[in-house]
Design a protein around this ligand. Sequence first.
Ligand SMILES: [Zn+2]
Length: 329
Amino acid sequence: MASTDVIRLICAVIFILLAAIAVCTKRRYRKKLLKKIVMPALVSIFVFISTFVVLPSVPSDGVADIPDSSNFQVHFIDVGQADCALVICDGQTMLIDGGNAEDSDLVYAYLVKLSIDKLNYVVCTHAHEDHVGGLAGALNYATAETAICPVEDYDSRAFESFIKYLGNTDITIPEPGDVYTLGNANFEILGPVEPSDNANNTSIVLRLTYGDTSFLFAGDAEVSEEEDIIMSGRELESTVLKVGHHGSDTSSSWEFLSAVSPEYAVISVGTGNSYGHPSQSVLDSLTVIGATIYRTDISGTIICESDGENVFFSVEHNSINATLSDIAG
Ligand SMILES: [Zn+2]
């Protein structure tokens, strides 16, 4: 029986009860009946409606309602010392960064392999080349429905190439609190909260939610942007954290990691990079927080699937290589 049917039935019972009292009882008993029977009955009915009729929009096991046919994956594509993540949910897609310009062919080939010629969202977290560079390759194969970026202009060849391949798609500069849907998932913009002269601190930080699982993509946000985001009071706790700025110690303050409290941390970082990323102090903090750490320099491309309750990781460089091939097609 639908919720509305239950409410109609309850209203009918109340009406009949009140009508019966009005018609059948003597006036001196009505007040007593109202006090002893009708009012307790109304309170009970109210509690029943609150508990079993109104609240069932939140399922009893606490898991948000996701159809059995729904699916969700995040591909943390190994682009060396750079960032690139592809989110696929129910046939809708979002590419967050594209690696360096030299990764254009790799990103192009990845999309071709998965036959993704339409990206619902392209997010350029910020204008540095290791994030915007390979987006031109992606856009050489796929069209972008919505392009999200903190700036419309930036003086670099990589950014100009990104704009060129976007074609007629305008850049959307989002505000914190903006929410977008991606299949049965949705994501909220957390930052940047304040403007900054440091491009890293203009990083679009977003939190993606799918059922009871969540993913926080921190771009290259450094400590000051992390502080702004904490102060904004938005929900940060997430199942998976794409660690900020390739694991640099200029990001991932203890306060931020505590607020996110990730079960899993993914670091997109190049083997033997000259920056010394990831920082040992960040690795130590993540370990103390209790996060299982995945690194693209060790594992190659990392794929995370969610069923809405739990997440499952597959990595390129280990004994479950075959699993990755199966997922990536
Ligand atoms: Zn970067």
